[in-house]
Design a protein around this ligand. Structure first.
Ligand SMILES: Cc1cc2nc3c(=O)[nH]c(=O)nc-3n(C[C@H](O)[C@H](O)[C@H](O)COP(=O)(O)OP(=O)(O)OC[C@H]3O[C@@H](n4cnc5c(N)ncnc54)[C@H](O)[C@@H]3O)c2cc1C
Length: 531
């Protein structure tokens, strides 16, 4: 297990590639580069590796933090499946969640999102029989946006000159979709507000309601799950556990409890990093996977930031919303408790998603604009081998960072009675929502604890407890600096911010960064090696 070893530095002083952060982006890049014979060092600040794919254990339970379902891994020739197989030597296995992957609940009405695009359409048509034209048009647009996506992301690894010559051509089709909000596109094809509310019922997967989110992001998430959802067998920690041996095999390593303080730049080139404890590591290439705000504001020396006017770029993008997650432990196996595999998305009956978010941000005691309930233990066929007679549930909602600012300088687990009381009030509201849906669980409750945006800040280092890095607004997709190569020689970016949030987005960012570092077109090689 990655968390029980590698705690002490036992690294060399010099590597081929050094990565800051052990999230999905870095892990993916690390495995690909290790297979290109690069000796890779990953430095992770947390006591465990994986970024948001990490797990934590308490009171005899285990919870996954940032994975509830992943799409496209059951389809042999999907890009996500191919890359996952490549970076894990096919050792990461996936369990299908079944025909229904998401259930959207609006007031008393329930809408299933069903696997398979024709089933999806048929099911939505049953709920909205007069909307056939709109539903068909919607699905066509979702596919059209995704078709344009490939070229857009390929252009992120173009050299400066190539980008100048043909970058615009490669990007323009996707920008047609990404420049519009989800609401603009959907309201252009239907006036049925309920249908729009249902079709955007997964907006929590990217954090922004329809009037604020880019349609391209919406379309990419919706299409991602058209083939259903899957969960890693053995839990999310299997991701790092199956990648780590590949890094080690090529004399690389992952070190936890290792916080990078700054990047060492010599004559305009990144040459190494300085750790918080003063230790120095050197490498030919340095990759940051800790998010663009963290990278620009914390890691890069101020004179370099000023030279390239990097902070002005941060004005073009925004940190995403923050969240709270109620981690629940229950007595009884998932089968005994009849826990579903699909996720529940619960919304207030009245108002659009945007109105509900606005109302809640004005008054935190208003209805939660979104409550997401996931049943990880029932999704993982290996769960009961590890935790017999137990189950877990995660409930996520939006929690603004601002309501927690007064405790931002307090210590984790010791933030004071007011903080605990606020968390208890939120937990109890979330539990009521769970018990309304699944009343038989009330007696089975064994443990619960709520994370707040301060928890995310403490463990994953996002300053405002961001759930998804930077926001998926239309403006985000036009920012040319969100790509692997930077103007600092030998210094690269990876992770969700340079593609999109989501394990798939971060996974793909790792491939892009590996291409930028190795200067090889690895797309073809990876495809051929797995198929
Ligand atoms: C609650 C939640 C639920 C989610 N559910 C899903 C889901 O069901 N499906 C899905 O596809 N996606 C989901 N996501 C999104 C997905 O988990 C992320 O988009 C993805 O994992 C981000 O990967 P990343 O490479 O950007 O790195 P991150 O996961 O952001 O990791 C960055 C790492 O850098 C480390 N770090 C920061 N600063 C330093 C430093 N100075 N020195 C060293 N290390 C540092 C951090 O500790 C962290 O480990 C979810 C996310 C959250 C938060």
């Amino acid at each position: 297990m990655i968390q029980s070893y590698k705690k002490k530095y036992r690294a060399l002083d010099k590597y081929d590639v050094l990565m800051i952060g052990s999230g999905m982006g870095c892990l993916s890049a690390a495995s690909i580069l290790a297979k290109e014979n690069k000796r890779v060092l990953i430095l992770e600040r947390h006591y465990t590796a994986g970024g948001f794919t990490h797990i934590f254990k308490r009171r005899g339970y285990e919870w996954d933090v940032g994975i509830h379902y992943i799409g496209e891994v059951q389809r042999k020739n999907s890009a996500i499946k191919i890359i996952f197989d490549y970076i894990t030597d096919c050792n990461l296995k996936w369990a299908d969640m079944g025909d229904v992957y998401d259930k959207i609940i609006i007031g008393e009405k329930k809408y299933n999102l069903v696997k398979g695009v024709s089933n999806f359409k048929k099911q939505i048509l049953e709920y909205f029989p007069k909307e056939e034209i709109a539903i068909n048009k919607y699905v066509d647009l979702v596919f059209a946006s995704n078709r344009a996506m490939k070229k857009f992301y390929m252009s992120k690894v173009f050299s400066k000159i190539l980008d100048f010559l043909i970058g615009g051509y490669y990007k323009k089709d996707y920008l047609k979709y990404s420049n519009k909000t989800t609401h603009e596109v959907l309201s252009g094809i239907t006036k049925n507000k309920k249908l729009i509310k249902v079709l955007t019922g997964q907006y929590g997967d990217y954090g922004l309601p329809p009037m604020q989110s880019s349609f391209a992001m919406h379309a990419s998430v919706v299409k991602h799950y058209f083939d259903g959802g899957s969960f890693p067998i053995g839990g999310s920690s299997k991701i790092v556990e199956t990648i780590d041996p590949i890094i080690e095999k090529n004399s690389g390593t992952i070190i936890v409890n290792a916080e990078v303080k700054s990047i060492i730049i010599d004559k305009g080139r990144a040459v190494g990093v300085k750790m918080v404890d003063g230790k120095l590591f050197y490498a030919d290439s340095i990759i940051s996977g800790i998010g663009i705000f963290n990278t620009y504001k914390k890691l890069i020396p101020i004179e370099i930031v000023q030279k390239h006017n990097l902070l002005s770029r941060l004005k073009m993008i925004k940190p995403s919303v923050s969240h709270g997650c109620l981690y629940i432990g229950l007595k009884g196996s998932p089968e005994d408790l009849k826990l579903p595999k699909h996720n529940l998305w619960i919304y207030p009956e009245k108002g659009s998603h945007d109105d509900c978010v606005k109302e809640y941000l004005n008054d935190i005691n208003a209805d939660f604009p979104l409550v997401y309930i996931s049943f990880p233990s029932s999704k993982d066929p290996d769960w009961s081998n590890r935790y017999p007679g137990k189950s877990t549930i995660d409930i996520i909602t939006l929690l603004p960072y601002d309501i927690f600012t007064s405790w931002q300088n307090t210590e984790w687990m010791n933030r004071g009675e007011d903080y605990d009381n606020l968390k208890e009030a939120i937990s109890s509201r979330l539990l009521d929502i769970l018990f309304k849906e699944l009343p038989h669980l009330r007696d089975k409750l064994d443990h619960y604890e709520l994370s707040s945006p301060l928890t995310t800040k403490k463990f994953v280092n996002y300053d405002r407890g961001e759930l998804y890095g930077i926001d998926h607004t239309p403006e985000r997709f036009s920012q040319k600096f969100l790509k692997p190569e930077t103007e600092i020689k030998n210094f690269y970016l990876t992770g969700q911010d340079i593609v999109t949030a989501g394990v798939g987005g971060a996974l793909f960012s790792g491939l892009l960064t590996a291409i930028a570092v190795s200067k090889k077109n690895l797309f073809k090689k990876i495809k051929n090696s797995v198929l």
